[in-house]
Design a protein around this ligand. Structure first.
Ligand code: NAD
Ligand code: TYD
Length: 351
């Protein structure tokens, strides 16, 4: 094996797309997916990779520092691509502590382990920290986040991600740990846990349930096809400059209400429903506490330096996303019922 790479959080939404890309594209790499399998982690997302000889799954918690050190000693990773996190803003408002443990303590444990095993020779090694545009805070109606926008996180989720970004840079500065960071906008696509806007609303439209729009639906997000994010991570991991940050975005801003209306329109057609019928499900509810108004990303550094571009037009991506959730109703049932935990027991605990 040419390289041994640890991808954390590989059973989650973005992580599963990244693991799939790396396992298929780099048969000469050993890809170890380290994941705790929280409610958001699901091995069914990686079912097609089970028999690949260059893929291994390790169930473990990044908050357990001793376990992480032993794992790194055993596998002698050349690279870490760190995605494991608590990722949902609403959950961070309801219960911030899990976010502090996983996102801050967990990241520090990984940094300590990488520092330890790379202390004698950091040549060719890389710690890639996957982060979010939410660390920059909230924009007004104009402007974009660039890599030099000052951090101004406003939710417990974004504050915990900002802390982890700072720690990665601090380990680079203080200990010479080779690292790279990327900050990306909202991803969409298959395998996203149905607590996030798009999968939740697709599910609700299908089942004629209310669509709970926070506030007036005027908040703006930039949406990126998840495979385009995975392609950017691949490029930055291999070609990005050491100790640099790259912003990743879709150049695709939508107010929530416009996005939801577009979703309703496409779904009316797909479900053979009358025009305007799903729109009746839109229900304005109490706003999220501290709800960031607008995120927008300037990804020109990544485009100019590494030649990355989003590949997909939004309407096409949205169609593909809707089709996937409509065709994979069992997946949705399993993740919401907890049945996927049984899947894990059947697949791994007997081995
Ligand atoms: P997700 O919630 O779908 O998946 C997170 C994964 O991490 C799950 O598989 C979970 O089991 C695992 N995990 C959680 N706690 C763990 C722990 N203590 N130890 C080991 N594994 C643990 O998240 P996602 O949406 O795929 O996001 C992945 C990363 O990308 C996160 O770091 C997130 O901050 C970042 N990000 C997400 C988006 C987005 O739109 N979803 C945008 C930009 C950046
Ligand atoms: P979400 O998918 O939670 O991502 P993030 O908060 O990280 O951007 O939410 C996307 C947008 O949709 C955000 O502005 C909050 C809004 N939203 C709703 O209006 N209703 C909902 O039920 C959810 C989950 C989100």
């Amino acid at each position: 094996m040419k390289k041994s790479i640890c991808i954390t959080g590989g059973a989650g939404f973005i992580g599963s797309h990244l693991v799939r890309l790396f396992v298929n594209k780099y048969p000469e790499y050993r890809i170890v997916n380290l994941d705790k399998l929280t409610y958001a982690g699901n091995l069914e997302n990686l079912k097609d990779l089970e028999d690949k000889p260059n893929f291994e799954f390790v169930k473990g918690d990044i908050v357990d520092g001793d376990f992480i050190i032993e794992l790194f000693k055993k596998y002698q990773f050349d690279g870490v691509i760190h995605l494991a996190a608590e990722s949902h803003v609403d959950r961070s408002i309801a219960n911030p502590n899990e976010f502090i443990y996983t996102n801050i303590v967990g990241t520090t444990n990984l940094l300590n382990a990488a520092k330890l095993i790379w202390k004698d020779n950091a040549e060719g090694k890389r710690f890639y920290h996957v982060s979010t545009d939410e660390v920059y805070g909230s924009l007004g109606e104009t402007g974009y986040f660039t890599e030099s926008t000052p951090y101004d996180p406003k939710s417990p989720y974004s504050a915990s991600k900002a802390s982890s970004d700072h720690l990665v840079r601090a380990y680079g500065h203080t200990f010479g740990l080779p690292y790279v960071i990327s900050n990306c906008s909202n991803n969409y696509g298959p395998y996203q846990f149905p607590e996030k806007l798009l999968p939740l609303f697709i599910h609700n439209i299908k089942n004629n349930k209310a669509l709970p729009v926070y506030g007036k639906g005027e908040n703006v997000r930039d949406w990126l096809w998840v495979e385009d994010h995975a392609a950017a991570i691949d490029l930055i991991y291999h070609e990005g400059r050491n100790a640099e940050t790259y912003n990743i975005g879709g150049n695709n801003e939508w107010t929530n209400i416009d996005l939801i209306r577009l979703l309703c329109k496409i779904m009316n057609k797909k479900l053979g429903r009358e025009e305007g019928s799903s729109e009746k499900l839109i229900t304005f509810v109490k706003d999220r506490a501290g709800h960031d108004l607008r995120y927008a990303i300037d990804s020109s550094k990544l485009q100019k330096e590494l030649g990355w571009m989003p590949s997909l037009q939004f309407e096409e991506g949205l169609e593909r996303t809707i089709d996937w959730y409509l065709e994979n109703e069992d997946w949705l049932k399993n993740v919401t019922s907890g049945d996927y935990l049984k899947y894990y027991e059947e697949q791994y605990e007997k081995r």
